[in-house]
Ligand binder design. Structure first.
Ligand code: PMT
Length: 267
């Protein structure tokens, strides 16, 4: 053994001794090091350290719960360069997934295209279309106890999508058909699972959301008026009402993380 190997061995032994004594470690990262070499030994990024500490100090009151969270938009192709989508950033669903993880749940996050950083310590599944979203939920639904649908699946898909780019000189006639109502399908086979939906409305919030709660057979619906400043798409805050068959709880403006906590308290 050379000196490097001995040092490495001693370090590993010290680390495992400390872990056995109940100490926790934030792992170092791989990349370019100060000594001008490439390898493992970089300090973890400050955001990752904060993320770890947040998770560390949160009481694990959802330990043992298996939760699916959906987030983000779906995209429905028109041709290889164009699609139909919406303004969902994924922030609401990612906040729920992160808080659920911090509270000890086993989380599967199924997300449409989003620019948000992947969350450590959960299972992440990326999807594109509403049909992909349906398939991804279907693959894991039975092994989970809770489904929270914060995603904004497109309601329509393009029947006559093309595999080559449509010439800009022509004006195509786009034919649409309805996508599956995904949450309704899973709520219809939920048995004793909890299914929580969102309602994105621009008018008659409580009335429209209450209708969706009933029609889709949900346990709760989180109603947000996406036309209000500070609520809905692509902002860090939301203003929501939590509606069940028994009651309506109107919440004030709060961060999506705080709203995530309120939603997860329902479990
Ligand atoms: O991602 P962000 O930028 O943070 O924005 C958050 C949000 C506005 C997307 C989120 O708060 C929200 O409201 N999500 C639901 C959007 C939506 O699709 O609402 P809806 O009222 O059209 O649908 C009602 C429910 O049915 C939703 O749970 C939706 O996920 C589900 N649905 C909708 C269409 C469809 N084909 N299948 C579904 O399962």
């Amino acid at each position: 053994m050379n000196t490097n190997m001995l040092n490495n061995f001693a370090t590993q032994k010290n680390i495992s001794d400390l872990i056995n004594r109940g100490y926790y470690f934030i792992e170092s990262e791989t990349g370019f090091l100060a000594c001008n070499t490439y390898g493992n030994g970089r300090m973890a990024e400050p955001v990752q350290i904060i993320d770890y500490l947040e998770s560390f100090v949160t009481p694990k009151n959802l330990k043992g719960k298996k939760i699916i969270v959906t987030a983000g938009p779906t995209i429905e192709r028109i041709d290889p360069v164009r699609y139909i989508s919406n303004d969902s950033s994924g922030k609401m669903g990612y906040a729920i997934a992160r808080v659920a993880r911090n509270r000890g749940a086993e989380v599967t996050l199924i997300s449409g295209p989003s620019n948000l950083e992947k969350i450590g310590g959960i299972r992440s599944i990326d999807i594109k279309s509403a049909d992909d979203l349906f398939t991804a939920i279907n693959d894991v639904f039975l092994e989970n106890e809770v489904l929270i649908m914060a995603a904004a699946p497109a309601d329509y898909k393009v029947v006559n999508k093309t595999h080559i780019k449509i010439k800009s000189s022509s004006i195509p006639e786009i034919q649409l058909s309805k996508n599956k109502d995904i949450i309704s399908h899973f709520a219809s086979i939920k048995e004793d699972r909890l299914v929580i939906g969102f309602a994105a409305e621009t008018n008659d919030l409580i009335e429209n959301a209450s209708l969706k709660l009933k029609k889709k057979n949900l346990d709760y619906i989180i109603a947000n008026d996406v036309s209000k400043p500070g609520a809905g798409f692509n902002v860090d805050t939301n203003i929501a009402s939590i509606i069940s068959s028994e009651k309506i709880v109107n919440l004030p403006l709060m961060s999506k993380y705080e709203l995530a906590d309120e939603i997860l308290n329902l479990i």
